[in-house]
Design a protein around this ligand. Structure first.
Ligand code: TRP
Ligand code: SF4
Length: 437
């Protein structure tokens, strides 16, 4: 199976995706102790992750980490796009160093927009809404892929350790795929990894919250990060913890440096085998690997490497469109846009498919199906903050005490307020906007 990030496939069987691609389940333990956990975390909308433990550890221990997302300007911003930025705003509030890539090169390569068009769309449609939603632009770095020399350099340099077969296996590219499209996963890898360059504060955990369609890029970035490391810190087949040098130049000097790093970490029983380019740490156990790996990553740039820590990711479920298929900018009736007027949104809500029964009597008797209802999804993802209120709607629907007409009316009310408020915030942001962009 291949996940194609540029197709309009909808994904439903999230458990299967998790198994197939080795994504871990995002369980309660991961978010419970975070400060004011965001509703998307609490409600299982975030269903999977890679290495979120690391992020959690850094949040709790107040160590520096970064969050990064990218926006591909194509069409207007809708509620489906809003989820990632809600997450980013939450993590920014926890103190994450925040980066936002405007994926103008990707949009050019895969969607056929010119760089000028993407620029206008990115600013007027996306960034303005991000700020209106609560992103603090003064505490975040927003950049264009096409203008960021560090990202572009990495795109080229990191490509050294990826070959064509890997790209075909991951993305299904073929002989007629255009070259900019072929490069765009490497550009995204450049986005994701450049924040660990010295200039941006060096090696650190980076969280990339995405929909599962972006997982191929995450896998590629993690592979590339690892393959550019000078040292591999790992448990061997015979259960020893070891540090292995991966390059063939300056072996003696690099192993000397590695010993110094390990001594600084207070390990004493080191067994160096130079011809294997290895140092075994006999007084370390599995729980020490993360700490040792971080320390090595942070030292590698001084030793001529990059020291990339593999980026972490979380995956959210997709919102269903109001018509029942995928929410998409190209089908305006399926999506609520952040710039819709309350009246426009109400019309779409009124026409939306619900989980209600065919007749009122039947619904009273058998109850509705909130799990298959777009209106309920609106409450769950966007409109209701209070978990208790949400749960009472869920139960009342299931028990047949709630009817869809009323429910839609309430959704209209909440959505109307939200859109009015956004409009106000956009006006305010527009002033700041000139300041920052
Ligand atoms: N490919 C992403 C999309 O289609 C946009 C993107 C570009 C991105 N660079 C990124 C997302 C870095 C996350 C991280 O929406
Ligand atoms: Fe959906 Fe509300 Fe109808 Fe239940 S009552 S199916 S939640 S619209």
């Amino acid at each position: 199976m291949i996940i194609d990030p540029w197709s309009s496939t909808t994904y439903q069987d999230y458990a299967r995706l998790r198994d197939e691609f080795g994504i871990e389940e995002f369980n309660t333990k991961l978010w419970k102790d975070l400060p004011n956990p965001h509703k998307l975390l609490r409600r299982g909308v975030i269903f999977g992750h890679r290495d979120f433990h690391l992020i959690k550890d850094f949040i709790q221990n107040k160590k520096p980490w970064a969050i990064l997302t990218g926006l591909m300007p194509s069409g207007k911003m809708h509620l489906g796009h809003k989820m990632v930025i809600d997450e980013v705003i939450y993590y920014q509030s926890l103190g994450a160093d925040t980066f936002i890539a405007v994926a103008d090169l990707e949009s050019y390569g895969t969607r056929g927009y010119s760089l000028e068009e993407t620029k206008k769309l990115a600013l007027e449609e996306y960034i303005l809404n991000y700020i209106a939603l609560g992103l603090k632009p003064e505490r975040c770095r927003i950049y264009y892929q096409s203008k960021n020399q560090d990202v572009k350099d990495l795109t080229f340099l990191l490509g050294k350790k990826v070959n064509w077969s890997q790209m075909v296996a991951t993305y299904g590219f073929n002989g007629s795929t255009n070259m900019t499209h072929i490069m765009s996963p490497l550009i995204q890898t450049g986005d994701i990894l450049h924040v660990q360059l010295e200039k941006y504060g060096g090696s650190k955990p980076v969280l990339v919250p995405v929909g599962v369609d972006q997982d191929p890029h995450i896998r590629l970035s993690r592979d590339i990060a690892q393959s550019h490391r000078l040292f591999n810190v790992t448990k061997t087949k015979d259960n020893k913890i070891g540090v292995f040098l991966k390059v063939d130049k300056n072996i003696i000097k690099l192993l000397d440096e590695a010993e110094l790093i390990l001594k600084k970490l207070k390990f004493k029983k080191l067994k160096r085998i130079t011809e294997y380019k290895a140092i075994y740490i006999e007084d370390a156990n599995e729980n020490d690997i993360q700490k040792i790996n971080l320390e090595f990553a942070q030292n590698e740039s001084k030793l001529g490497g990059y020291g990339f820590i593999q980026p972490s990711s979380t995956y959210h479920r997709f919102m269903t469109g109001l018509t029942g298929e995928k929410m998409s900018s190209s089908k305006p009736e399926s999506a609520i846009f952040l710039t819709d007027t309350p009246k426009e949104a109400n019309k779409k809500i009124n026409q939306a498919k619900t989980g209600g029964a065919i007749t009122l009597e039947q619904q009273k008797k058998e109850g509705g199906k909130p799990d298959q209802c777009v209106i309920y999804e609106l409450f769950l993802y966007h409109l209701i903050e209070d978990d208790k209120e949400l749960q009472s709607i869920y139960l009342a629907c299931k028990n047949g005490q709630k009817m869809c007409g009323n429910c839609k009316k309430y959704a209209n009310e909440l959505m109307g307020k939200k859109l009015d408020d956004l409009e106000k915030q956009r006006k305010i942001a527009e002033k700041k906007f000139n300041l920052y962009l």
